[in-house]
Write a protein that binds this ligand. Sequence first.
Ligand SMILES: Cc1cc2nc3c(=O)[nH]c(=O)nc-3n(C[C@H](O)[C@H](O)[C@H](O)COP(=O)(O)O)c2cc1C
Length: 206
Amino acid sequence: MFIKSADRAVQAGYDGVQIHAAHGFFLSRFISPAYNHRNDKYGRNPELFLIEIICKIRENHPDLHITMKINSSDFSFSGLHETESLHICLECVKHGLDSIEISGNGTSVSGIKAGVNEAYFEKFALTLAENTDIPVILVGGHRSITHMNQVLNDGNIEYLSLSRPLIREPDLIQRWQNGEESPAKCVSCNMCYRTPAHQCIFNLRK
Ligand SMILES: Cc1cc2nc3c(=O)[nH]c(=O)nc-3n(C[C@H](O)[C@H](O)[C@H](O)COP(=O)(O)O)c2cc1C
């Protein structure tokens, strides 16, 4: 199914696909010791399944950009830990990933404040970026230009991705580009998960 969906993406004209191995979706559970209790090779080396998907997509579409979003950790006692995740990331890199986006379970952390607790998966992403040449993308809790620049300057992380701030302010990047550099107005309340079409409650009140 993953391979066929990449075929459909190419047919539809996309330049790249993202393999989703984060946030409790199927592949993130496959690589999590909390869920994967298999006794075969896919239990001993859970990254094998990701590698097979990457290699088959690459075989079918040599020029397609293949990225992967992956949990740095499940943040649970018996789940995936950072050491295991790093190993899985590096094995996938060896097999032809073009870039990798770092996230984690409990992805949309609430209560993020600019300058206080931004970029909550940064430490892991920095370690990964030190150990690979492909672009590392970091998601989660970017709220201010100051901190985003700091993340980019701290090490080898090349790209940042944002979600909730853009739900609150779809023109945020343009605003920053235009020199109005105050932090994102998103208060990380996560109500956007519950509203129709994932709108920001502050925008619904307007
Ligand atoms: C309403 C909503 C829907 C989301 N849906 C997805 C999704 O389908 N796939 C995904 O990888 N992440 C999804 N996310 C998580 C975001 O991509 C992102 O990883 C997370 O919110 C942390 O980044 P942020 O602090 O910039 O919001 C969603 C987030 C929100 C708020």
